[in-house]
Design a protein around this ligand. Structure first.
Ligand code: ZN
Length: 301
């Protein structure tokens, strides 16, 4: 048996929850998934799953990688809350403390993307790096990452999906689709934005459809802003939209074009295939990120 502590992880998404127990990518012992309904029902199902698992072997901690916005500041009275989310019924939900009380274990809590970044740092495409970002491009767009080896928080936490972008002259919907900002990155390039712009789901559009040039353009604009601001050593891009394999080469080329040779790093000039990459943990990046947050809670006490 492994000497590593057994950790529970909750990948808490706006449409579904994924819960698992394990010690890492080579040792995931049980997993369940269910739709996100009310907070009481959904968090209750997660707790019930861990109570059942803990009968076999006690859990040392639970990590929660949550949709947001959240309060990740341990010194705040609303630490562990989902705060101002537009998702009905979830505003001001006490999440981390409810799980900790029910299970009697320490709880690590952060954004879904910071969780995924921590998982990638331990076991995936961020290994050995002190500064990198993890972006998810899906129902929404979010970004997290490590700066000087620490998860990026700051005032609250980054909202990389909501940086404002100039609309492309050929965009049939230059106003964008974010209810808060119109033409922010999420409002231009999330899965729902793509679907609303072209009146078709992304996976039904062929690789030569103009949707993808425009999608790659907006993603590249976002990436260039992050590269110039944070100087990440790598950019990891996950989420359902990035499951289109033809999108990565388009995004890489457009990032090089937009930067126009200004940043003199071989990572961008000649090694961009290894600089802008999918998650090393693939579709398990989210739930393994939650387990990484739990493991961190054990290590930091
Ligand atoms: Zn926005």
């Amino acid at each position: 048996m492994s000497a590593k502590p057994l950790i529970g992880g909750i990948e808490a998404g706006g449409t579904k929850f994924v819960c698992a127990v394990g010690t890492g990518p080579d040792d995931l012992r049980a997993e369940t998934r269910f739709p996100t309904t009310t907070p009481e029902e959904t968090i209750g199902r997660a707790i019930a799953f861990f109570e059942e698992q803990a009968r076999h072997q006690p859990l040392a901690a639970v990590g929660i990688a949550s949709f947001g916005p959240v309060d990740p500041d341990p010194a705040s009275p609303t630490f562990g809350y989902i705060t101002s989310t537009p998702k009905p019924g979830w505003t001001n939900t006490d999440f981390a403390a409810a799980v900790g009380r029910a299970l009697g274990v320490p709880v690590g809590f952060d954004t879904d993307v910071n969780g995924a970044a921590l998982g990638e740092a331990r076991w995936g495409a961020g290994q050995g790096l002190d500064n990198f970002i993890y972006l998810t491009i899906g129902t929404g767009i979010g970004g997290g990452g490590l700066v000087n080896g620490q998860l990026l928080h700051g005032l609250v936490h980054p909202e990389m999906g909501h940086i404002l972008l100039p609309p492309h002259p050929d965009d049939p919907h230059p106003e964008g689709f974010c209810p808060f900002h119109g033409h922010c990155l999420e409002g231009m390039a999330s899965g729902p934005a793509l679907e609303k712009r072209w009146q078709a789901r992304g996976e039904t559009l062929p690789p030569d459809h103009p949707a993808w040039e425009l999608e790659a353009h907006y993603l590249a604009l976002g990436l260039v802003n992050f590269i110039c601001t944070l100087s990440p050593q790598r950019i990891i891009m996950g989420g359902g939209v990035m499951d289109q394999p033809h999108l990565f080469p388009l995004v890489r080329r457009k990032v090089q074009t937009l930067l126009n040779g200004y940043i003199q790093s071989p990572a961008i000039l000649s090694g961009i295939d290894r600089y802008i990459v999918p998650p090393g943990l693939g579709s398990r990046a989210g739930v393994l990120g939650a387990i990484a947050l739990g493991a961190q809670a054990v290590e930091t006490g």
